[in-house]
Design a binder for this molecule. Structure first.
Ligand code: HEM
Length: 264
């Protein structure tokens, strides 16, 4: 037998309807309404929903496959690097006397520090692998051809910037390995024709490796390159949405004319 529920305190009891009052709206519906009203409020003033629809609800060619997710995977790796990097920057100290100690402190003392540092370290390798795979996909699917040449060129700059992130980030723990590996890397840069010696002088912040080198690498790693990456990823994605996605090459062959791209 089901026992009757204990009576609710008066304050929590549903209030009787007033004359003319409609059906009572449930709190969940009210929350949904509030969400929709907020989005509508922003949209009325910015028309951003049109932009969101334009970028996210695009038609894509028939026959696209998992290889087409590599660009988004690279984007996700970049975002993960950005988020973990912000947390690392809260504890890292880019001075020659404190850099190593602050990195050690992150790993040994800070809550989840080892995890976040590990994510950032392995994430950089993952991003480099993904960017190369994504580049290989666009190359083998002929996505660099007209009208997407500019997006390919932006991609090449993104690749260089991503490698610069890996190179400059490697010095930051300032242990023996990162120090000497970077000395070698900067010297290799110096062997480049014409610009090489200038580039290595610029990276070192003079002719000697020292305190300026570390703060320079930190500024490049934290401000210069991430800023350029964000701007160029924005341009890259704009062009992806503007030009549409390339159909897989075998579908073009099937269409017979060799020029037209199959679209659904
Ligand atoms: C930070 C690095 C990068 C990010 C976040 C990124 C992101 C993306 C995304 C999300 C797409 C659309 C989905 C896809 O086709 O996979 C795309 C397309 C494209 N990407 Fe990248 N990309 C990066 C680097 C590169 C590089 C290094 C290249 C080549 C050098 C490149 C060339 C292209 C081209 C040509 C397209 C158009 C593909 C098509 O129309 O089928 N991207 N990228």
């Amino acid at each position: 037998m089901k026992l009757p529920l204990p009576p609710l305190p008066t304050a929590l009891q549903p209030k009787p309807k007033r004359p003319g009052e409609g059906e009572r709206v449930k709190p969940l519906d009210q929350a949904k309404e509030a969400g929709i009203a907020t989005v509508d409020w922003v949209d009325e003033r910015t028309s951003l929903s049109g932009v969101a629809r334009w970028t996210m609800f695009r038609k894509v060619p028939r026959g696209i496959n998992w290889f087409y997710t590599l660009g988004s995977a690279t984007l996700f790796a970049f975002l993960s690097q950005a988020v973990t990097g912000v947390f690392l920057a809260m504890y890292y100290d880019p001075s020659v006397t404190h850099a190593y100690e602050s990195a050690r402190h992150i790993t040994n003392d800070v809550f989840l520090g080892e995890f976040v540092r590990g994510m950032h370290k392995w994430g950089s390798t993952v991003m480099v692998i993904l960017i190369f795979l994504h580049m290989a996909r666009t190359f083998f699917f002929g996505a660099y051809k007209y009208p997407r040449e500019l997006n390919w060129i932006i991609g090449v700059v993104l690749l260089v910037l991503t490698l610069t992130m890996s190179f400059t980030g490697y010095l930051l723990p300032f242990d023996q390995r990162s120090y000497w590996a970077t000395v070698v890397g900067v010297n290799i840069n110096g062997t480049g024709p014409i610009a090489g010696p200038f580039l290595s002088d610029f990276l070192r912040g003079g002719s000697e490796f020292g305190a300026t080198t570390l703060s320079r690498f930190y500024a490049i790693h934290m401000l210069l390159v991430p800023g350029a990456l964000i701007a160029l990823i924005g341009a890259h994605l704009y062009l992806v949405a503007r030009l549409g996605t390339t159909a897989p090459p075998w579908l073009k062959a099937e269409s017979g004319d060799g020029i037209r791209e199959e679209r659904v």
